[in-house]
Write a protein that binds this ligand. Structure first.
Ligand code: GDP
Length: 301
């Protein structure tokens, strides 16, 4: 992810470095190039405007131009603006990672479109909670629409060495959710992960089903899984889920691919929800924490 954006921004900064002293015109030209690079990376327009304005405010003027290494100053300003767009601004602390600060069993609801990587991510989170946080985790698939979905989650649970809720044919998603919470309470689980059904596109029935389950289980975290490769569509999907269901965080998958990265940079501003985790591969241990500062360094690196 971010390869093209990264190489374009680095091109801009290399040119600035070669100039040494910078005029207002040099900075303005660099800003134009930064703008184009962000747009080409599929960053949402309002986010591009905001980013460029912040850099302009910080960069244009005597201080930067007279500083010892003006290009370095501009890079720092761009870095800070990227960190902020990624959700690393003040007041965002503590919203990263999964919040388990609630009475056990803590319900976590996984939502998203089919193929986004939702079921795989449920398995990844289960593995992490078991191994890193020493939690007793129950996985339950509420996907009664896709016949193989419940079996797929059971297989992932086995790989992650956590329990999956026994499958009872004919139960509705709501019945499965209630049964999962009941087993979670009786058998003293720390966390119950509820993997809901996805659809190929947003539709009313999907939203209604997810909203009902959310109401009934009162999840402490509602994590939306989106595929970074789908770019602007991922942002639109997130906006729809945020408006209709309400999510507490976003997991962006397939960052191991060649996604342009605009979705990651737009998500916070468009949805208000923080990206909490990144999926970086098909294997169950390919789950990363989301650190805005590290992502910004990756882009500018
Ligand atoms: P769901 O329909 O949303 O539950 O999606 P799945 O979890 O079944 O994932 C669909 C496909 O994407 C599977 O082949 C996964 O192995 C793959 N996948 C999931 N997450 C990632 C990721 O972060 N990177 C890559 N490269 N593939 C992933």
């Amino acid at each position: 992810m971010f390869e093209a954006l990264s190489s374009k921004l680095n091109g801009v900064f290399d040119r600035l470095r070669r100039r040494g002293a910078l005029s207002d015109a040099d900075v303005a030209e660099a800003l134009r190039e930064v703008r184009v690079a962000l747009l080409e990376a599929d960053v949402a327009l309002p986010v591009v405007r905001d980013l460029v304005n912040k850099v302009r405010e910080g960069a244009v003027g005597q201080e930067v131009i007279r500083s010892v290494s003006p290009a370095q100053q501009v890079i720092k300003i761009v870095n800070d603006a990227l960190v902020e767009a990624l959700g690393g601004g003040e007041g965002d602390d503590g919203k990263r990672g999964i919040d388990l600060n609630a009475p056990s069993p803590v319900p976590i609801l996984m939502v998203g479109l089919q193929g986004s990587g939702k079921t795989t991510t449920s398995g990844k989170i289960a593995l992490r909670l078991r191994t890193r946080d020493k939690k007793k985790v129950l996985l339950a698939s509420l996907d009664v629409h896709r016949p193989a979905a419940q079996l797929q989650l059971a297989t992932l649970a086995q790989q992650a060495e956590v329990t999956s809720l026994p499958i009872i044919a004919g139960q509705t998603p709501m019945q499965i959710a209630m049964r999962a919470m009941d087993v979670g309470r009786r058998e003293l689980y720390d966390v119950v992960i509820l993997d809901t059904a996805g659809r190929l596109a947003i539709d009313e029935a999907l939203m209604e089903e997810v909203a009902q389950v959310k109401l009934a289980t009162n999840p402490h975290e509602t994590l939306l899984v989106v595929d970074a490769m789908t770019g602007q569509d991922a942002v639109n999907t997130a906006k729809a889920f945020q408006d209709k269901v309400g999510v507490t965080g976003i997991v962006m998958t397939r960052i191991d691919g060649d996604a342009r990265g605009g979705a990651a940079l737009s998500m916070r501003a468009v949805t208000g929800a923080p990206i909490k985790l990144l999926g970086a591969g098909e294997k169950l241990d390919a789950l990363e924490d989301f650190h805005p500062d590290r992502i910004a360094s990756r882009i500018l690196g």
